[in-house]
Design a protein around this ligand. Structure first.
Ligand code: ATP
Ligand code: MG
Length: 558
């Protein structure tokens, strides 16, 4: 697929660098902060960084950006690694090294000392409020801190005391000495280190000072000899600071490049917001199948390859944009169409009796598993006098183009026979309870000599051998395309009807042995996969996606 595609702007940059001979090897990294689960936006970044390393025979590191001890956790580290492994199988490249920014705490401390010795960093006793108040604005220069002219010796001593735990949280910070009138506010003596007496998930209680993102990220890139440090657009104003630290420290010149965040319609994509959905129980967890997380999508049945194909075809942009979730669903369908076996399940059942089929007789029909996959073989499906069909496949008074069942109408039962509806039974409330048909014995699928042509084929499940299962139908988690840009709280736009549970649907007996995660096409109903909540006695299926975009159709009508 990529052969025909034109280069994206990062590939153009890299190819130029290769032609100039600027680097021996291209080296990228994916730098998640272990403070939440990965989402589809991260998948874009993973595909990009791992994909570039693969394309140019380079390397890609996985680096946990774990400089903020308070929000980080090993649970997140494990989930992130699991998700990346899952995606990288589909990308065809996994990480070359696993690193942690916290592994560099000693090195970063040394770097800070180097800058102090060069007169380029100082310890400031100002409070956070005082620092904010002297920052200035885009139209006003900031003011120098009264502590800015401390001697190098004093700064070295104070910084060491900060490290040794002599001061409380917020009592002092280490700042870079750049320019309090700099047009870019981020360069007005930015904070490099802050005091935080907090336990870190890897370094424990060794440190009570932690580097800020801007002081940790570029230096970590440089330590790892990252050639192309790719991040999202909001860091564009940080780039001069990224370059300043590297230049003053005279270390390997990593460079930062920015691309636009991946956004999707009908969802939110910030970890902070996703965490709220989890903590306030709007969803069942990070891997709830309605979540835009990788784990949610996997549980819902999205194949890794579909996510990778989606990211590859959308590519990357320089400007913020929002992609229709329908595009992702298209790739999910396209992938599952190739791989998922077709089976029959009746979600809203009504009984069909074949009055001329012998009572007590059952035959085993051979049904193909997947017409798209010649190697998928066939399976046996029991068929007898009473079967379940979908309630919506029958109408008492069918309109002209209704090619299903109604009085006098004929239809094929998939993989079985043609049946003709003779009559039906209703209960007191007027609900249809039974449909009576006769079947054409010569019309058996694959051996049809009846000469009868019918337009419709419907799915069914043999009553006597049917198993029951729970089905979970999912809809958009939000009622509006871009909940984050609406007025008020994004949670005001949650779709309360995003989950519909069908407690007891009928499935064919072959499905009884289906395993967690296994994917199927329920004929005419969509793609489904076995949920992890399933037990030995009770299978639960998630609807991954419908067969076609019913949503778009509904929306047009509405
Ligand atoms: P969030 O805003 O969801 O908390 P983040 O940027 O803080 O995201 P990180 O763990 O720091 O999350 O992200 C790891 C990498 O993934 C970064 O390089 C970041 O630029 C990239 N990334 C995060 N969100 C997106 C997105 N929506 N689209 C593309 N890349 C993203
Ligand atoms: Mg981040």
């Amino acid at each position: 697929m990529s052969e025909e595609k034109s280069l994206n702007f990062l590939e153009e940059i890299i190819e130029e660098h290769i032609q100039e001979g600027r680097y021996k090897e291209i080296h990228t990294r994916f730098p998640p902060e272990p403070n939440g689960y990965l989402h589809i936006g991260h998948a874009s970044s993973i595909c990009l960084n791992f994909g570039l390393a693969k394309k140019y025979n380079g390397k890609c590191n996985l680096r946990f950006d774990d400089t903020n001890p308070v929000t980080e956790d090993t649970e997140y580290v494990e989930s992130i690694k699991y998700d990346i492994k899952w995606l990288s199988d589909a990308i065809g490249k996994t990480w070359d090294h696993e690193f942690y920014a916290s592994d560099y705490f000693d090195k970063l401390y040394e770097f800070a000392v180097t800058l102090i010795k060069k007169g380029l960093a100082y310890v400031d006793d100002s409070t956070a409020d005082e620092i904010a108040a002297t920052k200035g604005s885009t139209t006003e220069p900031g003011k120098n801190s009264p502590y800015r002219e401390r001697s190098i010796e004093e700064n070295l001593r104070l910084f060491e005391e900060m490290k040794d735990g002599k001061y409380g949280d917020g009592e002092k910070v280490l700042r870079a000495k750049i320019d309090m009138a700099h047009p870019n506010l981020l360069l007005r003596d930015p904070i490099m280190y802050r005091i935080k007496h907090a336990h870190h998930h890897r370094t424990g209680d060794k440190w009570c000072i932690y580097p800020m993102y801007d002081f940790a990220h570029g230096q970590s890139d440089s330590i790892e000899h990252i050639t192309h440090s790719i991040c999202t657009l909001e860091f564009i104003h940080h780039r001069p600071l990224y370059d300043w630290f590297i230049e003053k420290l005279e270390i390997f010149p990593s460079h930062q490049y920015e691309f636009a965040r991946r956004n999707l319609t009908y969802t939110v994509m910030s970890k902070r917001k996703l965490l709220q959905l989890v903590n306030e129980k709007h969803v069942a967890g990070w891997d709830d199948p309605r979540m835009p997380t990788i784990s949610g999508m996997r549980r819902r049945g999205y194949p890794a390859q579909a996510i990778v194909n989606f990211c590859d075809t959308i590519g990357i942009a320089k400007r913020e944009n929002i992609v229709d979730i329908g595009v992702l669903e298209f790739h999910v369908r396209e992938q599952l169409n190739k791989t998922a076996n077709r089976v029959m399940a009746v979600l809203d059942p009504v009984k069909l009796v074949i009055t001329n089929y012998p009572e007590g007789q059952t035959e085993e029909l051979d049904v193909e598993n997947n017409p798209e996959d010649p190697n998928s073989g066939t399976r046996k499906m029991p068929f007898s006098r009473e079967v379940w069909i979908e309630r919506e496949d029958f109408m008492e008074e069918p309109p002209r183009k209704f090619f299903r069942l109604g009085p006098g109408l004929m239809v094929r039962l998939k993989g079985a026979y043609i049946v003709k509806c003779d009559s039906f039974v209703k209960d007191k409330s007027g609900k249809v309870t039974e449909i009576h048909c006769t079947y054409i014995p010569e019309s058996k699928s694959g051996h049809d000599t009846s000469g009868i042509h019918v337009k419709g084929t419907i799915h069914w499940v043999n009553m006597a051998t049917a198993k029951t299962a729970e089905v979970r139908l999912y809809d958009r988690l939000f009622k509006v395309e871009d909940p984050s840009s609406e007025e008020g709280d994004f949670k005001d736009y949650i779709n309360e009807h995003s989950l519909e549970v069908l407690p007891s649907v009928y499935i064919e007996p072959a499905l009884a042995t289906a395993e967690i995660g296994e994917q199927f096409q329920f004929l005419r109903k969509g793609y489904f996969c076995v949920d992890k909540d399933s037990t030995q006695d009770r299978l639960i299926f998630n609807r991954t996606v419908g067969l076609k975009d019913t949503w778009a159709k509904e929306a047009k009508k509405g």
